[in-house]
Design a protein around this ligand. Structure first.
Ligand SMILES: [Zn+2]
Length: 236
């Protein structure tokens, strides 16, 4: 249901024939927003109206370097703590009961499904670090922080994509459950709230590896403020 202020914005947009804010677009805005429907959708999906989707191949070289980095530094306290963060995230996630899932339960539901599928904390850490390494090496690949955060959260949730039964042309099919901006924001806030600095510093270490080969081993604590003791729960 639209609020009164939303309705007022829609009326105002119509009255002034407001045009999409993306330069050169020229289409009328969608409802109360500042963008046309296609740029609005892009913003909801990727975190920025002009973001372009990240291709699997773009991440591949970083993922390889991340896997090497994680196995070379498996016992590093900061790496251990980051791995534990994701393990706890999976452990404490609860499947929502039958019926309609509340939006506050969606993230937990997705992660509980991933846990049931046998997903390990280290896999989620590797996904997060892969995006962090790409961001260090090609900072302009992301339109803004939110684009990067959405990509990171989506990569993590797609390690075990949640499907639901649907029907197409009268036949039962499985369709991926859409990952909207709320769940992506919730997960990326959770991760960045606990390990933003770790991801930056560890991402830089991975990039060094890309440049200099596999000889680097991090011997100093990656970030002394990174707290390994904090318990984390994905559900509020
Ligand atoms: Zn547009």
């Amino acid at each position: 249901m639209k609020s009164q202020s939303m309705e007022r914005s829609i009326q105002r947009n119509r009255a002034i024939s407001r045009i999409c804010e993306v330069a050169g677009c020229g289409k009328s805005v969608h409802q109360f927003g500042a963008y046309c429907f296609s740029h609005h959708k892009r913003r909801m999906f990727y975190g920025h109206a002009e973001a372009t989707p990240l291709l699997r191949g773009e991440l591949r070289p970083y993922r390889k370097a991340v896997d090497e980095f994680l196995s070379a530094n498996a016992d590093h306290p900061a790496v251990t703590a980051a791995r534990e963060f994701f393990e706890i995230l999976l452990e404490t996630s609860q499947t929502a009961g039958a019926g309609r899932i509340k939006s506050s339960q969606k993230l937990g539901h997705h992660l509980a499904f991933a846990k049931r599928e046998g997903v390990q904390g280290v896999q989620l850490l590797a996904e997060a670090l892969t995006v962090a390494a790409l961001a260090e090496f090609q900072p302009h690949r992301f339109s803004n922080d939110q684009h990067r955060h959405f990509v990171l959260a989506r990569r993590i949730l797609q390690v075990a994509p949640l499907c639901r039964r649907g029907v197409r042309d009268g036949k039962p099919v499985y369709v991926y459950v859409a990952l909207g901006p709320t769940i992506l924001r919730e997960l990326s806030n959770l991760i960045h709230g606990r390990m933003a600095q770790f991801l930056t510093v560890a991402g830089q270490e991975v990039v060094k590896r890309l440049r200099l080969g596999p000889a680097i081993q991090v011997s100093e604590p990656i970030h002394s403020k990174f707290s390994p003791k904090q318990q984390v729960s994905p559900t509020p």
